[in-house]
Design a protein around this ligand. Structure first.
Ligand SMILES: O=C(O)c1cccc(C(=O)CC[C@H]2O[C@@H](n3cnc4c(=O)[nH]cnc43)[C@H](O)[C@@H]2O)c1
Length: 232
C-alpha cells in the first residue's frame, strides 16, 4: 500500500493490529505487517506522482528481485471530492485512475498525451476487485484524477468536470503509483478518503482527521475483500 505521507500510512497501519517491522530498501522504507496469511507492506512514498512512482518502483523491484513479487499495489490517501458525488469523510475507490494534466495546452484546449501519440492517461484496476472493495467498505466508485497542482478555483474544478464527467475525487499520487505497478505487470487499486471539496481554496473546510479515520475504517474491512478477489 503506497500512501503519500506518514500520517496516511499510519492511518492504514492502525487497521492491521499485528506487530510489524521496518524494512529499509534502496529508495523506499517499508512498514511490513500481516493480515491472516497475507504480508502487507506499507510505504509512505512521498507527495506527487513522480516521487510516488519512484518509491513504488523501488519497492516493486526489491520484491521481484527477492522472488516475492507483489500480487497487488494499492495507492491510498486523503483526497479532494467532487460534489455532490463524494462528500467530506466519504470513501472513493477508483475504477479509473486518470492523470488530468499530462498533455499539451493548445489554442483549441488541452490535449491529453495519448492524443499526442504517447503513453497512457488511464489505468483501470481489476473490475471484480473494485466491486469487492466497494461492497466491503461502502465506497463509491468512479474516476479518481491525479493532478500535479491541487485544484483551488471553481473555474478549474468546472474544467475538470467537463473533461472528466465521471470524476469523484482528485489526489496527487494515484497515476504515479499505477505507472510503477503497470511497468512491472502488477494490478493496482486506488482508495481516497475525502478530506476537502474540489473547488475554491478553503483550508478551514478541510477535515483531515475524519478522512484519516475513514481510511482506517476502510482498511479494516479490506482483507476479506482481497481474499474473495484472490479466490475468484
Ligand atoms: O493548500 C491547499 O489549498 C491544499 C488543498 C488541498 C490539499 C493540499 C495539499 O497539499 C495536500 C496534498 C496531499 O493530499 C492529497 N490531497 C488532499 N486533498 C487534495 C485535493 O483536493 N487535490 C489533490 N490532492 C489532494 C494529495 O494526494 C497529496 O498527497 C493543499
Amino acid at each position: 500500500m503506497a500512501t503519500a505521507v506518514p500520517a496516511e500510512r499510519d492511518a492504514v497501519a492502525r487497521a492491521f493490529p499485528e506487530p510489524g517491522e521496518e524494512v529499509r530498501l534502496p529508495g523506499a522504507v517499508l512498514f511490513r505487517t500481516t493480515a491472516g496469511a497475507a504480508v502487507i507492506d506499507l510505504l509512505a512514498a512521498g507527495v506527487g506522482p513522480a516521487r510516488a512512482a519512484a518509491a513504488t518502483g523501488a519497492a516493486l523491484t526489491a520484491a521481484a528481485l527477492t522472488g516475492t513479487p507483489y500480487d497487488l499495489v494499492v495507492s491510498a490517501g486523503i483526497g479532494g471530492g467532487f460534489a455532490p458525488g463524494a462528500p467530506l469523510g466519504s470513501l472513493v475507490v477508483a475504477d479509473a485512475i486518470t492523470v488530468a494534466d499530462l498533455g499539451a495546452e493548445t489554442a483549441d484546449g488541452f490535449l491529453p498525451v495519448t492524443e499526442l501519440g504517447f503513453g497512457t492517461v488511464t489505468h483501470r484496476p481489476p473490475e471484480s476487485l473494485v466491486r469487492a472493495v466497494a461492497e466491503a467498505t461502502g465506497a463509491r466508485t468512479g474516476t479518481v484524477l491525479t493532478v500535479s497542482t491541487v485544484t483551488g478555483t471553481a473555474a478549474r474544478a468546472a474544467t475538470l468536470r467537463v473533461r472528466h464527467p465521471r470524476a469523484l475525487a482528485e489526489g496527487m499520487e494515484g497515476f504515479g503509483v499505477a505507472e510503477a505497478a503497470d511497468a512491472q505487470g502488477v494490478p493496482v487499486l486506488e482508495v481516497r478518503a475525502i478530506s476537502n471539496p474540489v473547488g475554491p481554496r478553503d483550508r478551514a473546510a478541510w477535515r483531515i482527521g475524519d478522512a484519516l479515520a475513514a481510511l482506517t475504517a476502510a482498511f479494516g474491512k479490506f482483507a476479506p475483500a482481497l481474499e474473495s478477489w484472490k479466490s475468484v
